[in-house]
Write a protein that binds this ligand. Structure first.
Ligand SMILES: [Zn+2]
Ligand SMILES: [Zn+2]
Length: 155
């Protein structure tokens, strides 16, 4: 179970999926951590908006895909590059939510999620598309590495 504190974020918690102890620290941008840094799973706590903690579903939010944050277009009409986001799907009520990565998320796990994204079935891709979620494709690999490890991959 996650423990909640009086503020709208929750304190250090033990992941109910993999048992990892997750710390909260402003330094690594995890004040609003809402998923486990090791297995990237989360609990369905929010009902209407991120952080409201008003849901009593408490299903497991399973990481199912990666997407980029939609940032619109620049003045030349080119799509702006958004940051990497995790798509979570509740295993109990099927609610979908999109969440930012935290600075100490396990990179290997994120790369695994990238592979998983590429191998989703057409039906799964279709249902995400219906939610207006554009999941990553093979061509996004360089950008994924750039965001995770810095700009050292030369084309
Ligand atoms: Zn975990
Ligand atoms: Zn749920």
């Amino acid at each position: 179970m996650l423990t909640r504190n009086s503020e709208d974020t929750f304190g250090p918690f033990i992941c109910s999926v993999c048992g990892e102890r997750n710390e909260i620290s402003n330094l690594i941008g995890t004040k609003n951590r809402n998923h486990c840094r090791k297995c990237l799973s989360s609990r369905h706590l929010d009902r209407d908006v991120s952080g409201d903690r008003a849901s009593d579903c408490l299903g497991i939010m399973v990481p199912v895909a990666l997407t980029f944050k939609q940032e619109g277009v620049d003045k030349y009409g080119r799509k702006k590059q958004g940051e990497l986001m995790i798509v979570h799907l509740c295993d109990k009520c099927r609610k979908i939510s999109i969440n930012r990565l935290a600075g100490d998320d396990d990179e290997a796990e994120i790369l695994k999620l990238f592979s998983k994204t590429l191998s989703l079935s057409e039906a799964e891709k279709e249902s995400l598309k219906e939610e207006k979620i554009e999941i990553l494709e093979e061509k996004d690999k360089d950008e994924v590495y750039r965001q995770l490890f810095g700009n050292f991959i030369k084309n």
